[in-house]
Ligand binder design. Structure first.
Ligand SMILES: [Zn+2]
Length: 597
């Protein structure tokens, strides 16, 4: 039994999330967490909405609202979407809580005290009309290298060269077209080169990471530069230093505060349970948490933040970079055990794009289809290790051929036959080799499927669970219990149905991390009571330190099924089942394609 932290990437609160966002890390982190809990581990699954930074400021200006109002709007939308998918967060919070501000400032101060944050003067672009800083990517101009006339301030998309905005010929603001002013500005930088050696030797000890993640991370170490962690911006966490704290124009950079969210959300969770130090069981590198495991889930564009930058922050705060130092008051903190990154999902062969309407939002999806149908597609055909295309025809095919005709059919026909002929789960007498073989296949699934989920090979894991389903369907066809209706054969019919129902129960548990909503239904159809798969709740809470109230996702996940076969009890009453999954009319394919831009 271990303490297992499931640290899930923070969705940015500038709009509703589409299914590409939840395919890479949302659903996979929930599958992993549900399985680890069922296997007896003490899981803490945390995340929240990432709400600071320029894009939210710019969009709020365009919508005529404050950044906080914009973040409030999309925080709620995202919380509802993740709830609809049944993602079992212990805490899904947000980065605008006062607790998050305090933890972010504590890490900033700890790094500064140990000498890992340095002050530098740089040139920054300012809008002459608003006085606001213009981020690099909001500046456009002619590339000084190739002459392309729409190069961005950070890079030229035509020749691929990295640029600084002051190098652009005829620079202009993408927001209002005016020519930016370049002025000297002072900022704080994280001294990343001071961690190259420590991170290098840590990466050398990593086992089981996906090879692409390890290789990419090692390559980054060759060219580490100090990285700015403050910005000329009004919207963000204040810099916790005299002379800076009350300045309206300087804030901590959003990327720095967002990664700290994993820690601040754990602290908030502990404070809300009434045991404010409980987070240490998942984080402390010295005492209670020293054997804890920490898994980080994200899309591949965020690997650098989790395999290099966040470890650097943790090492620096713990006093373990080139300059040594003392741990801050939170103590030495654990580095990630594993960085689990996914690839990209595309939509009908195109990149998801809200502006070009190549998109389906989670909310719209869930208004027309069941959450488990999407969860099944993501597990069986998602972007686990390759960029993957979502097509409506493949979604409908997998739903109808695999979920409905495979698993749903097994559940439906075995339960309805037993209900009709016996009214209860019939007893098993005189097992044959065929009976025992099938029961063993299902039993063996617990080790195989569990091992694969633990290694983040969910596609193979659900394939193994569905293999048990296929074997059970084959068994029913071969044993043909519907032909065993006469008085003399009826005990054999009961035995076959008992075996089939036992395998339905086992397969249901094997599939339950992937399909938690339907697992609960199948559990009840088998005449069982109680919770099989616990679900998250949306709870309106007060900010712990006096800020505005907000909705969180949380739940009691200590109840629920264990990762084991539970013997069915003969005589348990059964009702004629309602179908667990819905067959989709192929007409929805054309309807959905017509909705795309
Ligand atoms: Zn160029």
């Amino acid at each position: 039994m271990s303490h297992v932290l499931a640290a899930v990437a923070w969705p940015y609160a500038n709009g509703p999330r589409h299914i590409g966002h939840v395919s890479g890390f949302g659903v996979p982190s929930d599958v992993f967490s549900r399985y680890m809990r069922m296997a007896g581990h003490d899981v803490l699954m945390v995340s929240g909405t990432d709400e600071h930074g320029t894009p939210i400021q710019v969009q709020a200006d365009a919508d005529g609202v404050t950044p906080r109002e914009l973040a409030d709007r999309y925080n709620r939308v995202i919380v509802e979407d993740l709830h609809g998918l049944g993602l079992s967060y212990d805490l899904f919070t947000r980065t605008t809580t006062r607790n998050h501000y305090a933890v972010t400032q504590e890490l900033f101060t700890g790094l500064l005290d140990n000498g890992y944050i340095v002050r530098k003067t740089t040139l920054g672009a300012k809008s002459p009309s608003t006085g606001r800083t213009l981020p690099d990517r909001y500046i456009e101009g002619t590339c000084p290298i190739c002459g392309y006339d729409s190069a961005r301030g950070d890079q030229c998309d035509n020749c691929g060269n990295q640029l600084d905005p002051e190098q652009l010929i005829n620079p202009r603001s993408k927001i209002n077209g005016e020519t930016p002013e370049f002025v000297e500005t002072e900022h704080f930088f994280l001294d990343l080169p001071a961690f190259a050696e420590a991170i290098g030797s840590w990466l050398d000890q990593r086992e089981n990471w996906r090879p692409n993640v390890l290789k990419f991370s090692r390559n980054l170490l060759d060219d580490l530069q100090p990285r700015a962690i403050t910005r000329d911006l009004e919207w963000g966490v204040p810099i916790p230093l005299d002379g800076w704290r009350d300045r309206g124009d300087k804030r901590i950079y959003v990327w720095f505060d967002a990664v700290i969210g994993y820690l601040s959300a754990s602290v908030e969770w502990a404070r809300r349970t009434g045991d404010p130090e409980a987070w240490r069981k998942w984080w402390s590198a010295d005492s209670e948490g020293k054997d804890a495991l920490a898994y980080y889930f994200m899309g591949k564009d965020n690997i650098v933040f989790h395999s290099v930058i966040w470890p650097a922050i943790l090492l620096g705060y713990s006093g373990e970079g080139d300059k040594a130092g003392e741990p801050g008051r939170l103590g030495r903190l654990n580095l990630p055990t594993e960085v689990v990154s996914s690839e990209y999902l595309t939509m009908e062969g195109k990149k998801f794009s809200s502006s070009r309407r190549v998109v389906i939002y989670v909310r719209d999806f869930l208004s027309r289809y069941d959450a488990d149908a999407l969860r099944y597609f993501i597990a069986a055909a998602g972007p686990e290790s390759n960029d993957t295309d979502f097509t409506w025809s493949e979604f409908v095919r997998r739903n109808n051929d695999e979920l409905v005709a495979g698993w749903g059919n097994l559940v439906n026909r075995s339960i309805s036959m037993a209900a009709k002929n016996f009214g209860t789960i019939p007893p098993a007498v005189d097992l044959t080799d065929a009976d025992r073989d099938l029961l063993e296949v299902a039993q063996a699934g617990f080790a195989t499927v569990g091992d694969l989920i633990g290694k983040h090979r969910q596609k193979a894991a659900i394939g193994e669970a569905m293999r048990v389903v296929a074997e059970a369907n084959k068994y029913l066809s071969e044993q043909a219990p519907w032909k065993l209706k006469d008085e003399a054969s009826k005990p054999r019919m009961g035995t076959v149905l008992h075996v089939a129902l036992q395998v339905v129960s086992d397969a249901n548990t094997l599939l339950s991390p992937f399909l938690p909503h339907s697992a609960q239904k199948v559990h009840e159809l088998l005449g069982s009571t109680g919770v099989h798969q616990p679900m998250p709740d949306i709870v309106e809470v007060d900010d712990l330190d006096g800020g505005p109230a907000y909705p969180i996702l949380t739940g009691d996940y200590t109840v629920g099924a264990r990762w084991e076969s539970v013997p069915l009890v003969a005589g348990t009453p059964l009702q004629a089942p309602k179908p667990v999954f819905k067959k989709l009319d192929t007409a929805v394919i054309e309807e959905e394609l017509a909705r795309l831009g």
